[in-house]
Design a protein around this ligand. Structure first.
Ligand SMILES: Nc1nc2c(ncn2[C@@H]2O[C@H](COP(=O)(O)OP(=O)(O)OP(=O)(O)O)[C@@H](O)[C@H]2O)c(=O)[nH]1
Ligand SMILES: [Mg+2]
Length: 528
């Protein structure tokens, strides 16, 4: 703020000054000594007042900047310091993979054959007709020993139920249903004393039509390509998704069995959950060799590939690391936590402050992690008002998968529609948008394994099916939707091809995003 005192001691000047404001501030020419003294005192007082106001403004600006919160809306894999609490989620992810294998190797349900004997019969006779793609196995070798594995893995039944119970908020709301892993479409662990699931539903694996992608609008369904059959089986069963309502502090409950050291005075030993005979780790640990045996079994592998079940590419895959994960003193690594799949329900808020050494120190970040599943999207709206940036993650590897919540809808098509509604929203027209075309690692693996985009997206025509061409195509598609439908044509759109589980590369991208958001944000508040 400018002060009036700068000219206090200035020599009298003639009134020829052209600036009317400066002229008005000059002392009157016929000023008496008393008047002058009075004027100087008043001016001195005004100067002090002005300085005080300046100080107050500076302080309040400092405080404001200190408190300044940059709000971001995004939906990435959440990352938490409470790694230990993720142990149970990781166990459950692992159990889910086991369940999927058992699903895949289970004998075909036949209303006329109901019992253990029939399984034995299968071994010698006609193999079960649950193979898609028309290639039914021709030898007994192709019949994995379902009953054998099912029986030996039975202790996991009780473990899964127990873990789910611990995840559920027993006192709480309807959402707790979401924490259950329903048995539909999946082997029913506890359904029959003879080891045969009572009524497994394999509908998801056979003859399902796979919707094709239609950009930017329309959701026509058309039959799946014979060469890219049912990866839908993975997602069609994923309504068995594990989720925890955000209202429930599961991390606290999961941080059971805290480690203390030393166990006894001077012993140097650690004491932890592994000493608790009821801890889930013991059952898992005992069953681990069977899980490993099943996963390595060539007959099982063959059955999985016949059913196009690529568990390696699905979320929460830990089957290659069972030995480590089922170890009694297993402590989840950062990477394990990143790989874990836990569906977000509601909106999860994270707040953190920039470190002391950061150029942007003192700035708080508020990050809202929102659930991407369809029933979760209504929860986003209240956050639209006051948000600086949106990080939108579109899993581009999902071009051949369908929504868990509606198997008629292709996942990528759903992402494009959602993308369209976010970028065309008028409330968000001034919001920075950063698009992560995510799961590029999985996209690459999928294309290399021979899955062809054109079979799911006819508009792709005869373009090359390699990673560079496909990812570029998606980049252009998402960019074009923004270009034609955004109410703010001058908004910069930042598109990154990401594999967010690759922390090293993602870190660089996040730093860029951070700087962009902060620079933009601080600029707009005239602080920079
Ligand atoms: N391979 C690979 N896996 C990924 C990548 N990004 C996420 N995942 C995995 O995908 C799974 C799903 O991640 P989540 O963070 O639960 O997905 P989300 O988008 O938050 O889903 P909602 O909570 O339902 O909205 C997890 O198992 C992640 O580890 C990626 O780029 N590559
Ligand atoms: Mg989530």
């Amino acid at each position: 703020m400018a002060t009036q005192g700068d000219h206090l001691s200035a020599p009298r000047r003639r009134r020829s000054i052209s600036d009317p404001l400066a002229a008005a501030l000059l002392p009157p020419e016929d000023e008496s000594p008393e008047q002058r003294a009075e004027r100087l005192r008043a001016e001195e007082e005004a100067k002090k007042r002005s300085q005080r106001i300046d100080q107050m403004l500076q302080e309040s600006e400092r405080q404001r900047r200190k408190r300044k919160t940059v709000k971001l809306l995004h939906a990435p894999a959440a990352f938490h310091a409470e790694r230990i609490a993720w142990r149970f989620v990781i166990y459950l992810n692992l159990l889910r993979s086991v369940r999927r294998i058992l699903d895949a190797i289970a004998p075909d349900p036949d209303p006329h054959m109901n019992g253990l004997e029939e399984v034995d019969e299968f071994e010698d006779t006609e193999p079960p007709a649950i193979i898609i793609g028309g290639s039914r196995p021709s030898s007994a070798y192709n019949n994995p020993q379902f009953e054998n594995y099912h029986r030996r893995l039975a202790p996991l039944i009780e473990l899964e139920t127990r873990l789910i119970q611990q995840l559920s908020d027993t006192d709480d709301n309807d959402d707790k249903e979401a924490t259950h892993l329903p048995s539909s479409g999946s082997v029913t662990w506890s359904s029959s004393g003879n080891g045969i699931p009572t009524s497994p539903d394999y509908g998801g694996d056979t003859g399902r039509t796979l919707p094709k992608i239609n950009i930017p609008s329309g959701s026509r369904s058309s039959p799946a390509s014979p060469t890219t059959p049912s990866t839908t089986s993975i997602s069609s069963q994923s309504h068995t998704e594990l989720a925890v309502p955000t209202s429930f502090n599961w991390r606290k409950r999961f941080a059971l069995g805290k480690i203390s050291s030393p166990k006894y005075e001077h012993s140097g030993e650690l004491q932890g959950w592994w000493e608790d005979p009821d801890d889930p780790v013991h059952v898992l640990n005992r069953c681990a060799p069977v899980i490993i045996e099943m996963w390595r079994d060539p007959a099982v592998k063959q059955r999985l590939s016949e059913k196009w079940l690529r568990l390696e590419e699905s979320s929460g895959f830990y089957l290659d690391e069972v030995e480590r994960i089922a170890a009694k003193m297993y402590f989840p690594t950062d990477e394990d936590v990143l790989k874990a799949r836990l569906k977000t329900t509601g909106v999860v808020e994270h707040t953190f402050t920039m470190g002391k050494n950061s150029e942007f120190r003192g700035v708080d970040w508020k990050i809202y992690d929102v659930g991407g599943a369809r029933p979760q999207r209504h929860a986003w709206a209240p956050y639209f008002d006051d948000v600086n940036a949106i990080i939108f993650l579109a899993p581009i590897s999902a071009f051949d998968q369908v929504l868990a919540e509606d198997p008629r809808i292709n996942r990528l098509e759903d992402s494009l529609h959602l993308w369209n509604s976010v970028i065309s929203n008028k409330l968000l027209s001034e919001v920075n948008i950063i698009l992560f075309l995510n799961k590029c690692d999985l996209l690459k693996a999928k294309l290399e394994s021979g899955v062809r985009l054109v079979h799911h997206m006819p508009a792709y025509r005869d373009r090359p099916n390699d990673y560079d061409s496909v990812s570029n195509y998606f980049r252009n598609k998402f960019g074009a939707v923004h270009q034609s439908n955004s109410p703010n044509k001058s908004r910069d759109l930042f598109i990154h091809l990401t594999s967010v589980t690759d922390t090293r590369r993602t870190r660089v991208i996040i730093y860029n995003v951070r700087d962009m958001v902060l620079t933009g944000n601080l600029k707009s508040s005239a602080l920079m």
